[in-house]
Design a protein around this ligand. Structure first.
Ligand SMILES: *Cc1c(COP(=O)(O)O)cnc(C)c1O
Length: 427
């Protein structure tokens, strides 16, 4: 009998391109049939066939307190009962804005939006409006959502104009984006020497989590801050993934770097569509209706989404939350690394706060090129073998993984022993 997952996927492909509403869900990278989920509870999810998995994707980050935390569910139910949306201000938005500004000192003002894509796109328009410049710099392997100017890869030669990385992005738009190598401080210095005064903004993931996981070199972050300040460019830290994920103060707190603007999403929506961008007051005051940079949203600050976010952000402020989250991620990466070593497999892993990276390679990658050099086939085999054993990892070798506060030491041990069984017969 065909599985329910397969039946749903077959039917979906007739009415949804590729059968999915976001490409990575289609399992193209790892092969096979995507799982259709029916429900989640704590650290676990159940697919359409009723099979249970320990979840290390967590809706790509938002489920930091686990699925269906009773306090989050109650907050959503209470908010929904009061009205699903008004397209007018609510007190909950003020509470969210005040909380974000309190938790992240670099936020003097903030605006709520509905997705990370919207946050980064708006931050870039704002940086351009503020500086009166057009050029932006991004780094290869960093993902900032799918707006045109950010779907760009490096041209041939480091300082040439960017090339569209998606069909449908005009070359003229891509040409305004310069793409540099992550962690390449000399490359960054050269680019600024050449074009620093033309740069409106540099946008960067302070821990790269969309090319597997790559940690920033301290001197790279310092150079970013110094060069942007010297040239009057706006430094945008894209903390859509890292915000409230690597620490309560995000990656900016973890590494001690102060952005001019920052973007948030994922955890701050608690699983519902809420995101934000904000930063320096003088820059934020350029936004409509105060200033000339237009930005708007019918669903921005939606009360139900804000309620989910507020309930989640209340939970992450619990004493010891990030210590425990970090310890769980570390137990996982250390356990997997020890098992691979025992069986002589070329594998390593690392974590920052509640996010982690697994690599089939001898050493931890520090750039996009090094991530690409990892053994993708080995990851794909590992992914499917783990799936078989009830462990749901991100269905791609190029995504970070996530633990939640709902994971237990026993969950981590079970996952490590599942991997150990797989590694013991690895050829
Ligand atoms: C997920 C992500 C985005 C895009 O957010 P969406 O809500 O998917 O639009 C942007 N930047 C980073 C760093 C992300 O991880």
């Amino acid at each position: 009998m065909t599985s329910h997952n397969q039946q749903l996927f077959d039917a979906s492909q007739k009415v949804i391109p590729g059968g999915v509403n976001s490409p990575v869900r289609a399992f193209r990278s790892v092969g096979g049939t995507p799982l259709f989920f029916r429900r989640g509870q704590g650290a676990y999810v159940w697919d359409a066939d009723g099979k249970q998995y320990t979840d290390y994707v967590g809706s790509w980050g938002p489920m930091i307190v686990g699925h269906c935390h009773p306090e989050v569910v109650r907050a959503v139910q209470d908010a929904a009962a009061q009205g699903l949306g008004f397209g007018a201000p609510t007190a909950a938005e003020l509470e969210m804005a005040e909380l974000l500004c309190k938790l992240l000192p670099s936020l003097e003002m903030v605006r709520l939006v509905s997705s990370g894509t919207e946050a980064t796109m708006s931050a870039i328009r704002l940086a351009r409006g503020f500086t009166g410049r057009s050029r932006i710099i991004k780094f290869e392997g960093c993902y900032h959502g799918h707006s045109d100017g950010l779907l760009v890869k490096a041209g041939s030669g480091a300082l040439t104009f960017g090339q569209p990385s998606s069909s449908g992005v005009p070359a003229e738009i891509a040409a305004l984006t310069t793409v540099l190598d992550y962690n390449d401080t000399p490359g960054l210095e050269r680019a600024f020497a050449e074009m620093g005064k033309e740069v409106a903004a540099v946008i960067v993931e302070p821990v790269a989590g969309n090319m597997n996981l790559v940690t920033p070199k301290p001197e790279f972050l310092q150079a970013l801050r110094k060069l942007c300040t010297e040239c009057g460019a706006v430094l945008i830290l894209d903390e859509v993934m890292t915000g409230f994920r690597v620490s309560l103060k995000g990656a900016q707190g973890h590494y001690g770097i102060k952005p001019d603007l920052l973007t948030l999403g994922k955890v701050m929506g608690g699983g519902l569509p809420a995101a934000a961008f904000g930063g320096r007051r003088d820059i934020m005051q350029c936004l409509a209706p105060l200033g000339a940079v237009y930005q708007a949203g019918t669903l921005s600050g939606n009360p139900v989404a804000v309620a989910a976010g507020l309930a989640t952000l209340k939970l992450v402020q619990t004493e010891g939350f990030y210590d425990r989250l970090s310890k769980l991620a570390q137990q996982l990466t250390e356990g997997l690394t020890a098992s691979a070593k025992k069986h002589g497999i070329s594998f390593c892993a690392q974590s920052v706060g509640g996010m982690f990276g697994l690599y089939f390679s001898k050493s931890l990658p520090t750039s996009y090129a090094e991530v690409m050099a990892c053994d993708k086939e080995a990851f794909n085999r590992f992914f499917h073998a783990m799936l078989d054993k009830g462990v749901y990892l991100a269905p791609s070798a190029f995504e970070a993984g996530f633990v939640s506060f709902a994971h237990t030491d026993a969950d981590i041990e079970t996952t490590v022993s599942a991997a150990d069984k797989i590694f013991s017969s690895w050829k």
